[in-house]
Design a protein around this ligand. Structure first.
Ligand code: PMP
Length: 283
């Protein structure tokens, strides 16, 4: 495996960053997780825009142009001969002192890792996931905006640990108002009476690229869409539920906190949206 670090490729064994990089010391940096299908990165431009917005929000100046970053991503895929894969792109604050001062870090580092895909097991798509609600509340946007895809994922990791302890691979996170926000690494949707419903950005979520794609597909399929606050109750009484993420695509959820959703099986509309999503990835 060849890993891109700030303009050069390194073997996996030699792909290293400094322990003085604030990305390592403080989780001070931003990242993207992307998918490639048949050698083409899905919604590459959208990922770049989100990356640039994340970096801007935390005042990291990405040292190359957006177009050069796209080329670097494509080159990393090519050099590793990956057609259907997962790409992790990281921009760190760079090397600094042991203090918090970001302005002492002069050179943000860019790291691109492309690997073959590790999807959720097929069984999870066939049977659907059972999830629970975490006691760990999603970061309030007034503290750090969840719209920033930062290297600081402890909030989500703590929730995911709770899910794991309950025997679940994903976990629902609420916001400080007690409304549904998202899952630890995926956005959430429900279908009720033929209408698609997902929490709005104001609920304090990462605005997923897959989420956006599903919203567009739904409009195209003439499925009514509602981006509005959601409660656990809405999920309990929904007909269908699914999660979205670059790695997961669309994955059905069949149980929340012990309550079966709908008939407790992956829903027909979820399946239709997933089929349509797969068409989108072939474009
Ligand atoms: N929410 C969170 C917290 C995430 O980390 C991710 C990405 N793993 C998502 C949602 C889904 O975003 P995307 O569809 O862009 O992968």
């Amino acid at each position: 495996m060849q890993v891109y670090i700030s303009g050069k490729f390194f073997d996996k064994e030699n792909a290293k960053v400094s322990v003085f990089d604030h990305g390592f010391l403080f989780g001070d940096g931003v990242f993207e997780g992307m998918r490639s299908y048949n050698g083409k990165v899905f919604r590459l431009r959208e990922h770049m825009i989100r990356l640039w917005n994340s970096a801007k929000a935390i005042m990291i100046e990405i040292p190359i142009t957006l177009e050069a970053m796209e080329s670097a991503v494509n080159e990393t895929l090519k050099i590793n001969d990956i057609k259907d894969g997962y790409i992790r792109l990281i921009v760190t604050r760079g090397i600094g002192t042991l203090g918090l001062d970001a302005h002492l870090c002069k050179e943000p580092q860019i790291i691109i890792i492309a690997d073959h895909l590790a999807l959720y097991p097929k069984e999870h798509y066939d049977k659907g996931l059972e999830i629970v609600t975490a006691a760990t509340v999603r970061t309030n946007p007034s503290m750090v905006s969840p719209q920033i895809k930062s290297l600081n994922y402890l909030n989500n990791i703590l929730a995911k640990i709770e899910g794991h302890q309950a025997g679940c691979v994903e976990v629902l996170m609420l916001n400080t108002k007690g409304e549904v926000a998202e899952c630890s690494g995926d956005n959430i949707f429900i279908i009720s009476k033929g209408k698609l419903h997902t929490p709005p950005p104001e609920a304090g979520i990462l605005e997923g690229i897959t989420r956006q794609t599903v919203l567009e597909i739904a409009v195209d399929m003439k499925i009514p869409v509602k981006e509005a606050p959601m409660t656990r109750h809405d999920i309990f009484v929904a007909d269908e539920c699914f999660l979205t993420g670059s790695a997961a695509e669309l994955i059905p959820v069949v149980k929340l906190d012990g309550r079966p959703i709908g008939d407790g099986k992956p829903g027909a509309m979820t399946k239709k949206l997933l089929d349509r999503f797969h068409e989108e990835t072939k474009k």
